[in-house]
Write a protein that binds this ligand. Structure first.
Ligand SMILES: [Zn+2]
Ligand SMILES: [Zn+2]
Length: 390
């Protein structure tokens, strides 16, 4: 009863603020925005910020406004997003111009240069403001304390040329050039970092095309998507390690993330960025230093030492009993990530979030395991040693 009274006291101010109406029964008192928290430890002294560096809005071919994208990302537990609308393709433009025809005396204006993926834009160039969507997102993000990275997607024919996200741009209206390499150079002149998107999409392999060989050799690529949407490219981990590229796992979301992830009970794809703080400067520094870990569908992907450090920081282990021969160790996972531990050739143990499992091992022997859902190479999973406190 005491508890009920306390609860009533707690909710009374909320109800009291609305005008009293006896004809209404409130079925849910709180309509406060909800966020799913993804709890991760600090790793090597850095915070793991959760980012999606590939998101579309109605200002290219997405279904949602930038404002909605910010709120959705906040709901999904993210800290950072990049709005990366296509520079060369905007699906909704003809409808908008039709919709606005009252402003032009009833005459519908025909959209021009709104799809210049295959055929280059005319002299007239791109007639819309390609910074508009980013500005809208930046404004919306203030309310949620989210960071929006100004960005865009260079979008060309997918089989030979491909798509490239330019991050930390200063003016998206000054990137387009009929020559895709020149577009990338234009973005670079603004100080943008360039990410190679979905390297296997619509292709028979992830091997570099002639165009890509040139872009890479010119030093125009800083990062690469190891995961895009439902595609995971294990071979790309090795490329990222060898060529010193940051790895990213992004949604490339066009509809809502609820449809693609949340309604199935999944987290959306995300890139953990290990940074000092959530400023544009620190996030950029982290990407330049290649401190990222990819997360998608329960898989954790990245450079081996970073993965091991994340695992070590996520767990605590304690010896709970010993006898003459064996010792029993309780291993607790203090993070929102699941870890699949394989011991020797034996079965795989699920070390689920915020749960403890117990191993009994021979005294004096280390507790080792291979983390099967962590990927540090095309076919490699890190081996970890769990150090238990006595
Ligand atoms: Zn793309
Ligand atoms: Zn895209």
């Amino acid at each position: 009863m005491k508890k009920l009274f306390a609860l009533l006291l707690a909710i009374t101010p909320l109800v009291a603020t609305a005008q009293y109406n006896p004809d209404i029964i409130y079925t849910d008192i709180s309509k406060a925005p909800l966020r799913t928290e993804i709890i991760l430890p600090e790793v090597n002294g850095y915070t793991l910020y959760k980012a999606d560096l590939h998101i579309h809005t109605i200002y290219s071919d997405g279904d949602c406004t930038p404002t909605y994208r910010v709120r959705e990302a906040w709901n999904d537990g993210l800290d950072i997003i990049a709005i990366t609308d296509h520079i060369e393709y905007r699906r909704h433009e003809p409808r908008w111009l039709e919709f606005l025809k009252g402003y032009t005396g009833g005459e519908a204006i025909k959209a021009r240069n709104r799809n210049v993926i295959k055929t280059p834009a005319t002299e007239e160039g791109i007639l819309v403001d390609l910074n508009y969507g980013v500005k809208e997102a930046v404004k919306a993000a203030e309310k949620y304390d989210m960071l929006v990275i100004p960005a865009a997607e260079i979008t060309r024919e997918p089989v030979n040329i491909g798509h490239y996200n330019v991050l930390f741009t200063t003016d998206n209206n000054k990137i387009y050039d009929p020559d895709p390499l020149q577009s990338m150079r234009n973005a670079r002149k603004q100080g943008a970092l360039i990410m190679h998107n979905h390297p296997g999409w619509k292709r028979k392999s992830v091997a570099k095309t002639e165009f890509e060989l040139q872009a890479y050799s010119e030093g125009l690529i800083d990062g690469i998507e190891v995961v895009n949407g439902v595609q995971f490219y294990p071979k790309i981990i090795d490329r990222a390690v060898t060529e010193n590229l940051f790895m990213a796992s992004n949604t490339d979301i066009h509809p809502t993330t609820a449809e693609h992830y949340r309604m199935k009970g999944d987290f959306r794809n995300m890139t953990f960025i290990l940074a000092k703080d959530k400023s544009l400067k620190s996030i950029r520094e982290a990407l330049e230093a290649r401190r990222t870990i990819c997360y998608s569908g329960g898989q954790v992907i990245g450079e081996e030492s970073l993965l091991k450090a994340l695992f070590d920081s996520s767990i605590k282990a304690q010896v709970i009993s010993t006898d003459k021969k064996n010792q029993t160790i309780a291993v607790t996972n203090m993070s929102s990530l699941n870890y699949k531990l394989r011991r020797g050739r034996g079965i795989t143990h699920d070390l689920t979030p915020f749960q403890t499992i117990i191993f009994t091992i021979e005294k004096g022997k280390p507790l080792t395991a291979k983390v099967m859902n962590m990927w540090c190479g095309e076919k490699n999973h890190p081996n970890v040693e769990i150090k238990a406190k006595k």
